[in-house]
Ligand binder design. Structure first.
Ligand code: SF4
Length: 264
């Protein structure tokens, strides 16, 4: 995030807390736990004698980075940015859900439907919640169905309007994924909206769309539609339909023999 900088007035590295997303990468660097006074003295001497030394970039000699206890709403930065933290909303480590990776047993995207993953902030740019809200509000106007298990959906106060919790809007996170689905007919309007909004917000946006293949593993609907709309799509992930439902207590049905695939 470029949050760590050297404050020339005190000749010390500091962290710009507004830009820091609490990912924890700095504190996970290997720490040598050396005495700070010793390290600074050696560095001063090296500077006087103009020694050049190239320490390992991922070693903090003095264990200067510590993890703070964070209050709400700042803790949400860590939940969305540190890959080792589990989302309380989804119970998984990660920013989204399994998308169509388990569509063979979850049946999230049915025939005639298209699933979308809209990713913000990656790589290395970050995103604030108000940027995400700009997108979700524009999409909500189209009457989309936001995925209920997705962490961003979990933070919405009004899914019909796509509004997020107000006290989070300024918080910055490493990245986030919005997941939704529509019918195939709505694809052009969704893509147009995502493209239009992505040009107005100060972050990077990547879009993935997914659909079910026919019995032969081909996608006769979405791929031609994307071509017609001028998108150079590639099949990126293919769910072969080999999943097996092991818990049928909730009435989950038979294994689907259809295929799903996503293009990204
Ligand atoms: S927690 Fe992450 S964003 Fe914050 S200073 Fe460390 S590496 Fe940078």
């Amino acid at each position: 995030m470029g949050a760590i900088y050297v404050d020339s007035s005190v000749n010390r590295a500091k962290i710009n807390l507004d830009e820091c997303v609490e990912c924890g990468a700095c504190s996970r660097m290997s720490n040598e736990t050396l005495n700070p006074h010793l390290v600074r003295s050696v560095r001063s001497l090296a500077k006087i004698f103009r020694f050049r030394f190239e320490p390992e970039p991922d070693v903090c000699p003095t264990s200067a980075f510590v993890i703070d206890d964070l209050p709400y709403p700042r803790i949400v930065r860590r939940i969305f940015s540190d890959p080792l933290i589990e989302h309380t909303s989804t119970g998984i480590k990660g920013r989204g859900t399994e998308e169509v990776k388990t569509n063979d047993v979850a049946h999230r995207v049915s025939v005639g439907e298209v699933g979308y993953v809209i990713e913000f902030g990656r790589p290395g740019v970050g995103v604030r919640f108000h940027h995400i809200q700009t997108m979700t509000m524009a999409l909500a106007k189209l009457g989309v169905h936001f995925e209920g298990k997705n962490p961003i959906t979990h933070l919405m106060v009004d899914r019909s309007r796509g509004t997020l919790k107000e006290d989070l809007l300024h918080e910055k996170i490493l990245s986030a994924i919005v997941e939704l689905k529509t019918t195939t007919e709505e694809v052009p309007a969704i893509l147009e909206t995502v493209e239009k909004v992505s040009k107005t917000i100060d972050t990077v946006v990547a879009l993935g769309v997914s659909t079910r293949c026919d019995q032969t593993g081909n996608d006769p609907v979405l791929a031609p539609l994307l071509d017609d709309l001028g998108y150079d799509s590639e099949r990126a992930k293919t769910n072969l339909g080999l999943g097996r439902v092991t818990n049928t207590r909730n009435g989950e049905g038979n294994i689907s023999d259809e295929h799903s695939a996503s293009v990204r």
